[in-house]
Design a protein around this ligand. Structure first.
Ligand code: IMP
Length: 418
């Protein structure tokens, strides 16, 4: 089965959007399988810049696109993105699974409330956590429900009273009633009806017909709800294995897992970050790499490349190859380092410990990288500065995986294949 997964190997924002866009050209369909409006990628198409949160990048290439049940959607944002695509003359070929959960206004209020408390972890405040929590509590509203007014009324009658009690108890202001939600959400359901379907079944049929399907991961491995730096994580599962639960596919053969690695590390929000940098180098990288959140505009925290983290990521995801992004950002920096191991109580660790307390005690062991200069116009690996090639080779050696794609700038043309 020709399944290709593109997965974020760090804390998200590795530049997956560009990589997915690049690979989309040669596939038949592109699938989002987790996360929601917390994700963000910038796509340039028809000379216009789009900031998308929900639609898979393949939409601009006229590919069939799917949003699987493991994702959650905010229907008004989805409609807005669809309208933007239509405005530039593209007819979106999109199917959103009936089972996908809907982010409701009370999810957003609740997310904001938790974020204003001492339990804040620095979420995007898009309602992601409360929406997935309702899914687990069996109190969610699904895409199915907003397509049928009678069903939506039944669901709201079941779940809304408790939400209202909670909002009132917490003195959180809200301006909706059951009737207003019913009207608003059945109306948007009506507008989105043409995009509703059994994505799971349709993706399976494509795979059976030997069509190539690209699975576009959102966020990154260490934001995974189980395997990330819990509790400083998102509420879905960005690791590669979740394509099966996120789309309802059998354990069919995956023939490619591209781990997207940024040439340095970044993180938005709270949580441990062993190789974090402060000061001038971090500022330089942040500005040059435009390291500000696509969804929230927050400045991202910056650090050196972290091999223990990437070795662990490789074990969680099983990379068949690596796409290395933003190496150009490090060009001309006099001092470049990477962390080869962690030191903990006199011992050397090759991987990230699963225990967060231990992780925060780990000291990174750094190695020097000889500085390099990139022009951004190089067309092949051999044209790259010899020291940049050495950096790429050492990543391959450390992770025992081939770097098959190197991105040397934001433009599609600034992509080198090996
Ligand atoms: P949430 O997903 O909005 O609940 O946020 C949980 C954590 O994941 C926070 O630290 C966010 O900053 C982070 N996060 C969520 N989405 C992204 C993303 O697309 N890129 C990077 N970090 C993200």
């Amino acid at each position: 089965m020709p399944i290709h997964i593109v997965v974020g190997t760090q804390f998200g924002d590795e530049g997956k959007g560009k990589i997915t866009d690049f690979f989309s050209e040669s596939v038949d369909a592109v699938v989002r399988y987790q996360g929601g409006t917390n994700a963000g990628h910038t796509v340039v198409a028809n000379n216009t810049k789009f900031r998308f949160h929900l639609l898979p990048s393949g939409i601009f290439q006229g590919k069939k696109c799917f949003i699987g049940a493991g994702a959650c959607i905010e229907p008004f944002s989805l409609k807005k993105e669809i309208n933007e695509v239509k405005k530039v003359g593209i007819k979106p070929k999109l199917v959103v699974d009936f089972r996908t959960h809907i982010i409701m206004p009370y999810h957003i209020l609740l997310d904001k409330e938790i974020e204003s408390s001492k339990n804040s972890i620095g979420t995007t405040k898009k309602g992601i956590g409360p929406c997935y929590a309702d899914r687990a509590l069996r109190q969610g509203i699904r895409f199915f429900d907003i397509l049928d007014k009678k069903r939506l009324r039944e669901r709201l009658e079941k779940v809304l009273p408790e939400k209202i009690v909670f909002l009132k108890a917490k003195k959180i202001g809200f301006d909706f009633t059951l009737e207003s939600l019913l009207k608003k959400y059945s109306l948007i359901g009506e507008k989105l009806k043409v995009f509703a379907g059994d994505a799971s079944k349709k993706i399976s049929s494509l795979l059976e017909a030997e069509k190539k399907v690209l699975f576009e991961g959102a966020q990154g491995t260490f934001l995974d709800n189980d395997f990330g730096t819990y509790p400083f994580v998102t509420s879905s599962h960005p690791i590669a294995g979740s394509i099966f639960t996120g789309t309802g596919l059998g354990l069919t053969h995956v023939n490619r897992v591209t781990g997207v690695i940024k040439a340095y590390t970044s993180r938005v929000g709270e949580g441990p970050f062993p190789t974090e940098l402060n000061g001038k180098i971090a500022e330089f990288i942040r500005e040059k790499g435009k390291e500000y959140g696509t969804t929230t505009g927050r400045p991202r925290r910056i650090g050196w490349l972290d091999m223990p983290m990437l070795r662990t990521s490789n074990r969680f995801n099983g990379f068949t190859d690596i796409a290395l992004t933003k190496i150009d950002v490090l060009s001309e920096l006099k001092k470049v380092r990477y962390c080869s191991e962690y030191e903990l109580n006199g011992e050397r660790l090759l991987e990230m410990p699963s225990n967060l307390e231990l992780l925060s005690e780990c000291k990174p062991v750094y190695k020097k990288v000889k500085s390099f200069k990139l022009k951004g116009t190089e067309k092949s690996f051999s044209e790259l500065d010899v020291n940049a090639r050495k950096y790429i080779n050492l990543i391959e050696k450390e992770l025992k995986t081939r770097v098959k794609l190197v991105s040397i700038g934001p433009d599609r043309k600034q992509t080198i294949l090996r």
